[in-house]
Design a protein. Structure first.
Length: 291
């Protein structure tokens, strides 16, 4: 019997193909488009999603993986593995952690659910760290303890190009969305813990990019002082829909932070549907220093 299985959900940005290659298990996030159910990375691609969003203007909603899908995967894996580490998206952004933690109580400690407070590329990094720790002989409870202890050793800054989708999801009032659109404001949001919070307002995409780079510089100089170099810190990026804009921003980030090997992913669709196309994000996460 093998030792520890690692599970996450598609909010990590890890595709089913990448999961197979890394021997990770990814639960797809359910997405409703005009009442029809799709599963991210299974029967809904990035291209298909934006085609429906931008040309058909579909109504979008999301939910967490079902109890049945979760426990079926656990039961299946526990026939092959002694333990499971399950790393869902941040409990501050979804109830997925609470649901899975409750379900895990019936498994006698063999399933450890991590409240890692991360999403997208930072969640992906936690998953890859868990894989490394498992390969080095760590048990599930010890991996959970480490990931939760280090959960706030990361930052995300994200720029939105439009407020329409925040308005649809009730995350911003219609009046605020209208004013923001009229003034052509590009909000910059941040995640440095459980919640997605406002960070700054920019009057252009160029200014928003500059704000995010400067915010990361400040984090490196203060929160991550002493381990803000490429040997101790991951620098990552994410985007929605417009890959060329993301590549242009990546070039700016590479000039601002020379020496970093920057990993970039499209944002998972379960996030994209709440923020819309044209978003850009920069993030960092502390590297493992416990091996």
């Amino acid at each position: 019997m093998r030792d520890v299985a690692i599970i996450t959900d598609s909010n990590s940005g890890i595709t089913q193909k990448q999961a197979q290659e890394a021997q990770i298990h990814v639960l797809p996030m359910p997405i409703m488009l005009d009442g029809d159910l799709f599963f991210e990375g299974i029967n809904l691609t990035q291209a298909e999603f934006y085609q429906k969003l931008l040309t058909e203007d579909v109504e979008v909603s999301t939910s967490q993986p079902s109890v049945g899908a979760t426990t079926h995967l656990w039961d299946e894996l526990l026939e092959e593995y002694r333990e499971i580490v399950h790393i869902p998206m941040s409990s501050g952004l979804s109830s997925a952690y609470e649901t899975k933690e409750y379900l895990s109580r019936e498994y006698g400690g063999r399933v450890q659910v991590v409240n890692n407070q991360r999403i997208s590329v930072t969640l992906r990094q936690s998953v890859m760290d868990a894989v490394t720790l498992a390969q080095n002989g760590w048990g599930a409870a010890r991996i959970k303890e480490h990931l939760e202890r280090e959960k706030f050793c990361s930052s995300i800054y994200i720029m939105l190009s439009m407020l329409k989708y925040l308005k649809r999801g009730g995350r911003i009032t219609p009046a605020a969305a209208a004013i923001g659109s009229l003034l052509r404001i590009s909000p910059v949001l941040q995640i440095q813990g459980e919640k997605l919070d406002s960070y700054a307002k920019a009057r252009s995409v160029k200014q928003a990019r500059e704000i995010m780079i400067e915010a990361m510089r400040r984090d490196f100089a203060s929160r991550f002082q002493g381990f803000s170099d490429p040997d101790h810190m991951w620098l990552q990026m994410a985007y929605t829909y417009d890959q060329q804009a993301a590549l242009d921003f990546k070039a700016e980030v590479e000039r601002a932070f020379p020496g970093f090997d920057i990993h970039m992913d499209p944002l998972p669709l379960s996030v994209s549907c709440h923020i819309g196309p044209g978003a850009l994000a920069i993030s960092c996460a502390k590297k493992l220093d416990c091996l």
